[in-house]
Structures are given as structure tokens and as C-alpha cells.
Design a protein around this ligand. Structure first.
Ligand SMILES: *[C@@H]1O[C@H](CO)[C@@H](O)[C@H](O)[C@H]1NC(C)=O
Ligand SMILES: *[C@@H]1O[C@H](CO)[C@@H](O)[C@H](O)[C@H]1NC(C)=O
Ligand SMILES: *[C@@H]1O[C@H](CO)[C@@H](O)[C@H](O)[C@H]1NC(C)=O
Ligand SMILES: *[C@@H]1O[C@H](CO)[C@@H](O)[C@H](O)[C@H]1NC(C)=O
Ligand SMILES: *[C@@H]1O[C@H](CO)[C@@H](O)[C@H](O)[C@H]1NC(C)=O
Length: 373
């Protein structure tokens, strides 16, 4: 009985003793000499309170109404080892808000509305063991997001809006034993194939694999990522050829030049023409889903000089000094980008009719002749 009373007195002393250094609405408890717990949960707080005891090691701000974490919020509590921020309404965490918390071992920002997380801050939190970011609205996970977190044991990024995870995102995480990634709308393309193979082999516990599903493309929607079929993925290639052949044919004023860009790859690459012939520079991207058509797909502004077609062909209807320059076509898909370019220059000033040049270029130009205006 007496010892119980003593305990109560001790607790009372502690509470009163620290009350001066504790924000209103929070309860600061100094236990075992060194562990200071600041409990500010369930208080309808809109911001992180100022005046937290500098030696606070555990701070709970769970279940408040915080929308914004300001950059200086935690500058006075750099001893924090645990920070609980779940069930707020956080949309924005300013850059450098978390970076000073180099002692942090547990961070919970789950059940908020975070879209853009300050990923750079994580680089500083090298002692982090538990990271809960689940139930937010994050769409993007940078490649090196967790690269410095060698102590990380448990990571939850489930229930966000992630469409992809870059290969090797988890590969440096030697301490990791638990990973939750379910409930994200993964785009099951070439870039995600590694997840299927990784899931089959990893020693990390990855629960709820039945909920790790494809959200796109349409034909794979609802399929488990662990069961996506082998996709025949090929990086893009681009090969530029011309009619007439620039190696063997003189280019005279008035000549029509046809540049074909043969782009291959899987998924079908998107082709972009970049023309550096005087200013302004001309750049045109051909939509990869467009319908084949014999009408040019570039805008009116450039049509008098260049015709770009859905099949990747660029036609210069009539060469002049103005069209001297660098013509470059690139093919890009999610696996990379390839480029091929050619330098066009008038090699003679003599005027030739289009037809006579087409004759010298041989039968290859038959298609070009067909569209001669
Ligand atoms: C916390 O810091 C205050 C002053 O900053 C100090 O008086 C107190 O002893 C510290 N408490 C612990 C548990 O370290
Ligand atoms: C940090 O401490 C300084 C000095 O005591 C004080 O002026 C400032 O308001 C504190 N900031 C926060 C966010 O608590
Ligand atoms: C990151 O951590 C280092 C110490 O490891 C510290 O000096 C630096 O101030 C921290 N960065 C920020 C933005 O707080
Ligand atoms: C692409 O289409 C245009 C317009 O129909 C045509 O002139 C050109 O020859 C075609 N290119 C190839 C490589 O078939
Ligand atoms: C032509 O343009 C491409 C792309 O901008 C560039 O890589 C290439 O070096 C250029 N070639 C010449 C001959 O200027």
C-alpha cells in the first residue's frame, strides 16, 4: 500500500515536474530517467504543437487533424526514436521536416492523404526499423527511396496508388523481413515483370499476395502480379533510311526527300522526330496508338516544310537551303530509347525538277513519287 502511494507521488512529481515543458493538450511522461513520451493523440490538433520537451524520444500525434507538416516542426526534438502520425489528414510533408530525426527507429504516417512524400528526408533516417506509409495516396516511389535504410525490418506501402516499383528498390535492404505492397493499382507491363519473379524467390514475408493485383492494362486487370504471363519485352530500335539515298545522290533544290524511321520494340515504341534546321527547332511525337493514315499528322504550322506520317515517315516535299540540318528520329518505350539521325544538306545549287531526281534514285522512290504534289 505504502509503495503504491510512493509510486503515485513519484508519478505526480514527474507530471508536474515536466508540465512546464509540455505543450498544452499533450501529456509528457518522463519514465525511467531517460525515456520521454509526449502523448498528443486524439486532440483535434491542426499542427504539430510547439514547445515539446527537447529530450522527447517518443511522440504520438496519432488521430488528430493535422494536414500539413511544416519543415521546422521537429527541429527541437531530434532525440525522437518513435514518431506516430497515423490517422491524420496529412497531405503535405515539407522537405526537411523529417531529415533532422536521425535517431528515428519507428515512423508511422499511415492513414493519411499523402501524395508527395519528401523522399530525400528518408536518406537521413538510417536507423529506421519500422516504416508505415500504408493507406495514403502516393503514386510514385523513387528508385532509391529506401537505399540507405539498412536497418529497415518492416515496410508498409500497401493501399496507395502506386502503379510501378522499380527493380532493385528493395535489394539493399538486408534487414528487411516484412513487406506489404498489396492494394496498389499496378501497371503490369515489362517494368513490373521482375516483381513476379522476385515474389517467387524472396525470403522476405510479403503477405496478402492475393491482393497484389494488376490495375492495368485492360487485359491483365485483376490478375495477380505473381501470375502475370511472360511478356515478350524488347527495348526499342530506330533505323533511319532515306529516299533518295543520301550517300549516292546529290540533293538539289526542289527535290523531295523521304526519311523513313523504322522503329521496333515491345511494347510498340513511340516515335519522335526532331529537326534542327534553322530556328525554330521542330519536334513532333507520333502518338503510338494512332491510326495509319496517308494524311500528315503534324500541325499546319510546319506542314509546308515537313509532312510527318503515322507510320514514322517524314517527307520534305521540296528541299531548300532552309531545310539543311540535322534530322533525328527516336523510338522510346518503357525499356528505353533509341535514336538515329542524319544530316541533310543541299549538295548543289542547280535547280532540278523533282522527277529527274527521282529517276536517278531508282525504283525505291516509287512511293515518294505517288505523293508528289
Ligand atoms: C530532459 O531535459 C531537461 C532539460 O532540457 C532535463 O532537465 C531533464 O533531466 C531531461 N530529462 C531526461 C529524462 O533526460
Ligand atoms: C524550438 O525552440 C526554439 C527555442 O526555444 C523556439 O523559439 C521555437 O519556437 C521552437 N520550435 C518549435 C517548432 O517547437
Ligand atoms: C541529416 O543528418 C545529418 C547527420 O547525419 C545532419 O547533420 C543534417 O542536418 C541532417 N539533415 C537535415 C536536413 O536535417
Ligand atoms: C508512310 O506513309 C506515307 C503516307 O501514306 C507514305 O508516303 C510512305 O511511303 C509510308 N512509309 C513507309 C515506310 O511505308
Ligand atoms: C543530330 O541531333 C541528334 C539529336 O539531337 C544528336 O544526337 C546528333 O549528335 C546530331 N547530329 C549532328 C550531326 O548534329
Amino acid at each position: 500500500m505504502a509503495s503504491r502511494l510512493l509510486q503515485l507521488v513519484a508519478l505526480w512529481t514527474t507530471l508536474v515536474g515536466t508540465a512546464r515543458a509540455c505543450p498544452e493538450l499533450c501529456t509528457c511522461v518522463d519514465t525511467f530517467g531517460n525515456l520521454q513520451f509526449a502523448d498528443c493523440a486524439y486532440k483535434d490538433l491542426l499542427l504539430v504543437p510547439v514547445g515539446l520537451p527537447p529530450n522527447t524520444t517518443t511522440l504520438s500525434l496519432s488521430a488528430n487533424k493535422i494536414k500539413l507538416l511544416r519543415a521546422k516542426s521537429f527541429v527541437n526534438v531530434t532525440q525522437l526514436t518513435s514518431l506516430w502520425l497515423a490517422h491524420n489528414e496529412i497531405v503535405t510533408i515539407e522537405t526537411n521536416t523529417l531529415a533532422p530525426l536521425v535517431q528515428l527507429r519507428n515512423l508511422d504516417v499511415s492513414h493519411n492523404k499523402i501524395v508527395n512524400f519528401p523522399w530525400g528526408d528518408l536518406q537521413n533516417l538510417t536507423g529506421l526499423q519500422l516504416l508505415k506509409m500504408n493507406n495514403n495516396e502516393m503514386t510514385h516511389l523513387p528508385k532509391d527511396a529506401f537505399s540507405t535504410l539498412k536497418e529497415l525490418r518492416s515496410l508498409r506501402i500497401n493501399h496507395n496508388k502506386l502503379t510501378s516499383i522499380v527493380e532493385d528498390t528493395f535489394s539493399g535492404l538486408t534487414s528487411m523481413s516484412h513487406l506489404q505492397i498489396f492494394d496498389n493499382p499496378f501497371a503490369c507491363s515489362c517494368c513490373l515483370e521482375w516483381v513476379r519473379d522476385w515474389l517467387a524467390n524472396t525470403k522476405i514475408s510479403v503477405p496478402d499476395q492475393k491482393l497484389i493485383l494488376c490495375g492495368a492494362p485492360e487485359d491483365l486487370k485483376g490478375i495477380m502480379v505473381s501470375q502475370i504471363p511472360k511478356l515478350d519485352c524488347k527495348p526499342p530500335t530506330a533505323v533511319l533510311s532515306s529516299q533518295p539515298d543520301l550517300e549516292t545522290t546529290q540533293i538539289y533544290e526542289g527535290v523531295m526527300v523521304v526519311l523513313n524511321c523504322e522503329a521496333k520494340g515491345n511494347p510498340k515504341p513511340e516515335v519522335t522526330w526532331e529537326v534542327n534546321a534553322g530556328s525554330p527547332k521542330f519536334e513532333f511525337t507520333i502518338p503510338s496508338a494512332g491510326e495509319e493514315s496517308d494524311q500528315p499528322v503534324n500541325g499546319r504550322a510546319t506542314r509546308s516544310r515537313f509532312h510527318v506520317f503515322q507510320n514514322g515517315t517524314l517527307i520534305i516535299p521540296s528541299m531548300s537551303k532552309k531545310e539543311d540540318g540535322n534530322y533525328s528520329c527516336s523510338a522510346a518505350n518503357e525499356l528505353g530509347r533509341a535514336e538515329s539521325s542524319v544530316k541533310l544538306a543541299l549538295t548543289g545549287t542547280q535547280k532540278h525538277t523533282t522527277n529527274s531526281v527521282l529517276e536517278t534514285a531508282g525504283p525505291k522512290t516509287a512511293t515518294g513519287q505517288a505523293i508528289t504534289p
